[in-house]
Design a protein around this ligand. Structure first.
Ligand code: B12
Length: 212
């Protein structure tokens, strides 16, 4: 396989144009799309996450790296789907009912996608029933709830209650996050985990998928 370390570097540097051009070229040369993801994109986003955790990178760098990764994934995703490559798990992510903040949610979604998950992005202001439907209709294994307002945090509890009422709680893991969320709240409402940033969200999702 050709050395695509410039692709890895382009993602880490957030150079979306370069990342897309290198991905396009690699695919045209016949490089296996799955190996581009596992050998270059996932390690690149892991490195971005590492730099974020040790305060070498901040939110803007995370966002531009995620955007670069997204551009590459747009070229790769249709080929993966055609080739039937198995994702780690399917995740549905959304900002809870009443809440329109989506920057952090989008970041988590991009990092999860770069981390090998299939991501169903339900958007913002997502009612509990919509999360329930995603499990029933799309075979979702993990639900990710984001809230940025203290007034919308109870919608996380409502979503877990709706999963319980639908008899689905045993079939799906629930992860929560967003600036006002803390571990104690996660424990209180019976979520399976909480993380305070997009990078550790991927680690948590991998752990939950392995335990499922
Ligand atoms: C940008 C912003 C907006 C934008 C949102 C644009 C958008 N497309 O998202 C706009 C202008 C629309 C907005 C509107 C409002 N906002 Co506002 N907003 C912010 C602001 C400045 C930044 C939020 C942000 O994007 N942070 C950056 C991201 C990357 O961080 P993050 O979301 O926390 O996500 C990270 C982690 O939390 C985690 N994470 C996030 N989600 C998830 C999910 C899972 C599953 C996991 C594991 C992890 C995880 O990973 C992410 C990446 O590391 C904050 C202040 C602040 N500094 O936080 C106020 C803030 C959140 N807003 C606030 C308020 C009050 C409002 C309004 C009510 C204002 C008004 N009066 O209209 C409205 C509410 C609208 C609504 N119904 O939602 C308050 C909330 C106060 C509170 N205690 O609830 C804040 C804190 C400002 C303040 N200090 O008063 N807002």
């Amino acid at each position: 396989m050709v050395d695509l370390s410039p692709l890895r570097d382009a993602i880490i540097d957030g150079n979306a144009k370069m990342a897309k051009a290198l991905t396009d070229q690699a695919l045209k040369e016949g490089t296996d799309p799955q190996s581009i993801v596992t050998t270059y994109l996932i390690p690149a986003m892991d490195e971005v996450g590492r730099r974020f955790e040790c305060n070498e990178y901040f939110v803007p760098e995370l966002l531009i790296a995620a955007r670069a990764m997204k551009g590459s994934m747009e070229l790769i995703r249709p080929l993966l789907v055609k080739g039937g490559v198995q994702p780690i798990a399917t995740v549905a992510i959304g900002t809870v009912k009443g809440d329109l903040h989506d920057i952090g949610k989008n970041l988590v979604a991009s990092m999860l996608e770069g981390g090998g998950f299939t991501v169903v992005d339900l958007g913002v202001d997502v009612a509990p029933e919509k999360f329930v439907a995603s499990v029933q209709e799309k075979g979702v294994n993990i639900i990710c709830l984001s809230a940025l307002l203290t007034t919308t945090m109870p919608a996380m509890k409502d979503t877990i209650a709706a999963l319980n009422s639908a008899g689905l709680r045993g079939k799906v893991k629930v992860m929560i996050g967003g600036a006002p969320v803390i571990q104690r709240y996660s424990d209180e409402i019976g979520a399976d985990g909480y993380s305070d940033n997009a990078s550790s969200a991927v680690q948590l999702a991998r752990k939950l998928a392995a335990a499922a």
